[in-house]
Design a protein around this ligand. Structure first.
Ligand SMILES: [Zn+2]
Length: 313
């Protein structure tokens, strides 16, 4: 089968003859409909994380079950599922039974592939202490920032303000319902936000995890607010702790979300939320290595989905 394989030194290449996975007891084989390109894959690309040469990345998967091993009871061949496991940049991927969730008919494959990153935003909002009627601020309008914005609205946020530097992501935030979007490269976010809302937001989310974004999240906050750190690049940062004092701020960290991932599928199934407008690009396995390169500069992409089959699915 075809798969995009990680090579050393941050290189990816298409392998047209990657070995087809064989299903063992308790395992499920999924024909990949879509696989999301995740920020953490890109951080690995920048050699911050580590993936062995010859490995296949991509873990935000939707697809069709084509084969099950003995003992599998949760799904049957023909079931539509979302899956959370490595190896999604390929035509097929196998995983343990507990790594799949069946998709209701009302959830598209596109939404299914976004269910895990949406759950990250959902969990961040649940843990942040945001209450109905609060104002929220989001730093970074990549997929996680946008999904955190949707989750904040779902939880009853009065208004959500976004700070971002990339034009494509600024557009996506507006398109998906931000009440105000600031270009943090050219604007004084704190001053401009205060001129709109008086003090600042009750809860801010650092969804970028880049240099300076934790401090920017503190700038957006009103006195006594909470910053929730969602995005982490793993790179060191420095910020002036005086912001903690002047804002009486609390900082909490909410990484990951696997335990509430099924909740995100249910919310989509009920039509309460739709993360799919974040998708800006759908790419084939052939084009993926080039895209992974281009995504190092995220100025013109937001959420990229890999489509291994196209019309042949
Ligand atoms: Zn991910």
């Amino acid at each position: 089968m075809r798969a995009v394989v990680y090579r050393d030194h941050g290189r990816f290449e298409l392998d047209p003859e990657f070995p087809m996975p064989s299903v063992e007891q308790g395992e499920v084989l999924v024909k990949v409909r879509y696989c999301g390109v995740c920020g953490s894959d890109l951080h690995i690309f920048q050699n911050i994380g580590h993936v062995p040469s010859g490995g296949v990345m991509g873990h935000e998967i939707s697809g069709l079950v084509t084969e099950i091993g003995s003992g599998v009871e949760k799904v049957r061949p023909g079931d539509r599922v979302t899956a959370l496991c490595g190896g999604g940049y390929a035509e097929y991927v196998k995983m343990a039974e507990d790594q799949v969730i069946p998709l209701p008919d009302s959830v598209t494959f596109e939404q299914g592939a976004l269910s895990e990153p949406f759950a990250v935003g959902l969990r961040a909002v649940r843990e942040s202490g945001l209450r109905a009627g609060d104002r929220a601020g989001i730093v970074g309008a990549g997929p996680i920032g946008l999904f955190t914005m949707l989750a904040a609205k779902l939880a009853g946020a009065l208004e959500v303000y976004v700070a971002e530097i990339s034009p494509a992501r600024i557009e996506a935030a507006k398109r998906m319902g931000a009440d105000g979007v600031f270009n943090s490269k050219t604007q004084d976010v704190e001053r401009d936000l205060q001129s709109m809302v008086g003090d600042g937001v009750d809860v801010a989310f650092d969804c970028a995890g880049a240099k300076g974004t934790l401090e920017l999240s503190l700038h957006m906050l009103k006195k006594g607010g909470t910053v929730t750190v969602v995005g982490l690049s793993g790179l060191p940062d420095e910020f002036n702790p005086r912001w903690l004092f002047s804002k009486h701020a609390r900082i909490i960290c909410v990484p990951g979300a696997t335990e509430i991932w099924p909740m995100s599928v249910e919310l989509m199934g009920q039509g309460r939320v739709d993360p799919s407008p974040a998708v800006t690009d759908i790419v084939s396995l052939d084009d993926l290595p080039r895209y992974l390169d281009a995504l190092q500069d995220p100025s013109s992409h937001v959420q990229v989905l890999v489509d291994p089959w196209g019309d042949r699915f």
